[in-house]
Design a protein around this ligand. Sequence first.
Ligand SMILES: *[C@@H]1O[C@H](CO)[C@@H](O)[C@H](O)[C@H]1NC(C)=O
Ligand SMILES: *[C@@H]1O[C@H](CO)[C@@H](O)[C@H](O)[C@H]1NC(C)=O
Ligand SMILES: *[C@@H]1O[C@H](CO)[C@@H](O)[C@H](O)[C@H]1NC(C)=O
Ligand SMILES: *[C@@H]1O[C@H](CO)[C@@H](O)[C@H](O)[C@H]1NC(C)=O
Length: 458
Amino acid sequence: MTGFCSLALLLPVLLGCAGGHPVPGRASFHKLLLISFDGFRWDYDQDVDTPHMDRLARQGVKAKYLTPPFVTMTSPSHFTTISGRWIEDHGVIHNMMFNTETQWKYSYKTTQNKTEWWDNGALPLWITAQRQGRKTASFHYPGGGAKYNGEPVQRSLVESYTHPDSNETEWRENIDIVMNWFTKEDFDFVTLYYGEPDSVGHRVGPETNDRRVIIQQIDRTIGYLVEAIERHGLTEHLNVIITSDHGMTTVKKQPNVTEILLTNYIKFKDLVKFDIVDYGGFGMLLPKPGQEEAVYQALKDAHPHLKVYKKEDFPERFHFAKHERVLPIVMYADSGYNINGQLIIYFNKGDHGFDNALMDMKTIFRAFGPDFKKNYLAESFDSIHIYPLMCRLLGVTPEPHNGSLAVTQDMLLDRHDQQSDSVAHAKTLGMYWSPRCPALRPQAPPSGARAYVGPASR
Ligand SMILES: *[C@@H]1O[C@H](CO)[C@@H](O)[C@H](O)[C@H]1NC(C)=O
Ligand SMILES: *[C@@H]1O[C@H](CO)[C@@H](O)[C@H](O)[C@H]1NC(C)=O
Ligand SMILES: *[C@@H]1O[C@H](CO)[C@@H](O)[C@H](O)[C@H]1NC(C)=O
Ligand SMILES: *[C@@H]1O[C@H](CO)[C@@H](O)[C@H](O)[C@H]1NC(C)=O
């Protein structure tokens, strides 16, 4: 019975809104900006003054720390944040796209434009939100340059090969550009990526003055962001999440330690068809036909700080190894050990890719804006849970995912806690109060709305 009443009640609302052009999904939600500062370890703000970040913690939400997925690497981790799927599920298993037949390896930046690396069936939030009427854009965010199911992100800037990582003037210009996207072009969801403090962390190591200097630059940039949000009149309309993809640890070098050099234990020429090594604390090998057991036996106890697995035995907790792209032999090293292949050709002073349980791999989560509580210190959580939170903020129905809204819900102001599923659902159809439909007041949803509006949703 309630169904019939609700339909009667809803129809005039529908027709009255948006001047006869009810736009699906233009509902009562706030805009969302997701910012990622690559390689921002969870405690980088603790040995340097960060007045703007400290102020934001008082004006919004701060999690003690955030656990990235394994492998703790830029493209895989960013794609978990934007899709809510484990890495073995979304298939972006490394920064480099590779082909074991041709032996090609594409660098991180080249890979950014390669749809075939990113589009494996798990839809990133840009696409899902677009399909539900939101306007979305990506500014240098990993994966934003690909097409999904044939569909590009509505606006996407891909980092150029020569893009400087640390130009503070350019950082501010990028914020201005994004603010104009929100205000002049009415974008609803934008992801903005910065390549620091990762670059500095690799080049000179995390426990250095240069790293502290770049954290202060990031802090000033966050101050500039808050000012820009005010200047553009977005304070009451824009939620912001500031996060990152992994931490950073100091690389251990000889003579202090015995470095891992795989060729000391296996003859590559005889046993290995293809390798992904020399890239921090994680590696994979494709043995030549029939040599898998030989490679495994030769490596498994070879070095006290190297853990080697057959793909099928790789620890379940990582949610990493099930994907078909993962090679048959998978290994990771203890904190700070690089996995070198045939030569030590590796210069980084800091790196990541290690076990995501290590504190040095943990990263940050901060959030503020009209839907977030103030001065709220959240427990640490896994980055996989950011996706359902973003869907809730945007009023978008999520794709199947591996996160849980229950983990982050307490960060939100009460109106979200009380919102039933049916309201959330009806909201995606643009039926309640909207800034674009000012005549309508916020109102309680008619019960049973879901049963009737359901079929109209895409
Ligand atoms: C990605 O594609 C865009 C558009 O074609 C191009 O401008 C850019 O240089 C490419 N970037 C990379 C890193 O390949
Ligand atoms: C930094 O960026 C600004 C604005 O894009 C540019 O004018 C300036 O030349 C850049 N500085 C350096 C050192 O590259
Ligand atoms: C070896 O360890 C010492 C003391 O921790 C450190 O100062 C030095 O930089 C290390 N050397 C290398 C090559 O890592
Ligand atoms: C992650 O979510 C996908 C889609 O719902 C599901 O198929 C998969 O089994 C989930 N993975 C885990 C480890 O729960």
